[in-house]
Design a protein around this ligand. Structure first.
Ligand SMILES: CC(C)(COP(=O)(O)OP(=O)(O)OC[C@H]1O[C@@H](n2cnc3c(N)ncnc32)[C@H](O)[C@@H]1OP(=O)(O)O)[C@@H](O)C(=O)NCCC(=O)NCCS
Length: 173
């Protein structure tokens, strides 16, 4: 359904159309970027890509159309990685794109066998994202209350994690 490819700066203009305001920007990436999002900020972010920081665009398998974005920051010293910048194009939401994209991201995280855990942070009121992560097996570790204030309203953040799935048992003979 979707495939991952490395994020390229040529993806930036389309990605910017998926973020329609300061609240959407904060919801997507926390305080990492400032509104209005622009190519310069995304260029600096793209330049972070390395062996420890993977940044992907998710594209439709058949059309090649960009429909999603995600990133993983590896922390080998703690055998963990932090999933972030999860975003699906508004026109593609609610059809399983987020799930399909993150199944591939998590496979890439766990398939080497070097990571024990993937962690993330999500605002507690972001029902779609919390549901997406729970459906993939993430569980809430703790809630950090009132980490942001948006137009006088406090936003709390949930820290979630997912342990590496147990390896399959021996194949039946
Ligand atoms: C969160 C987001 C990535 C989900 O992507 P998506 O492609 O719509 O997700 P899926 O279609 O794979 O749905 C995953 C689950 O979430 C549920 N879901 C989707 N939208 C929902 C909503 N608005 N409210 C509640 N649940 C919702 C789906 O029903 C599905 O659960 P189910 O299989 O039990 O029915 C997308 O809404 C998005 O890009 N949001 C803006 C950016 C953002 O919030 N990023 C996360 C930052 S931590």
């Amino acid at each position: 359904m979707v495939e991952l490819r490395e994020f390229a700066l040529t993806d930036a203009p389309v990605l910017m159309t998926w973020i329609d305001g300061a609240e959407a920007l904060l919801t997507w990436a926390g305080p990492a970027f400032s509104w209005p999002l622009d190519v310069d900020q995304l260029a600096a972010y793209a330049a972070e890509a390395s062996g420890q920081r993977r940044i992907w665009t998710a594209v439709q398998h058949d059309s090649g159309e960009a429909v999603g974005h995600a990133s993983l920051r590896l922390d080998p010293a703690h055998s963990s990685a932090r999933l972030g910048r999860v975003l699906v194009a508004p026109s593609a939401r609610g059809r399983g794109v987020g799930t399909a994209m993150l199944v591939k991201v998590l496979a890439s995280a766990f398939d080497t066998g070097e990571l024990e855990r993937v962690e993330l942070g999500v605002f507690t009121h972001n029902a779609a994202a919390v549901r997406l992560y729970e459906r993939l097996g993430f569980a809430c570790d703790r809630v950090i209350r009132d980490v942001e204030h948006v137009e006088g309203r406090p936003w709390s953040a949930m820290q979630m994690s997912l342990a590496r799935p147990a390896p399959d048992g021996p194949a039946a003979t």
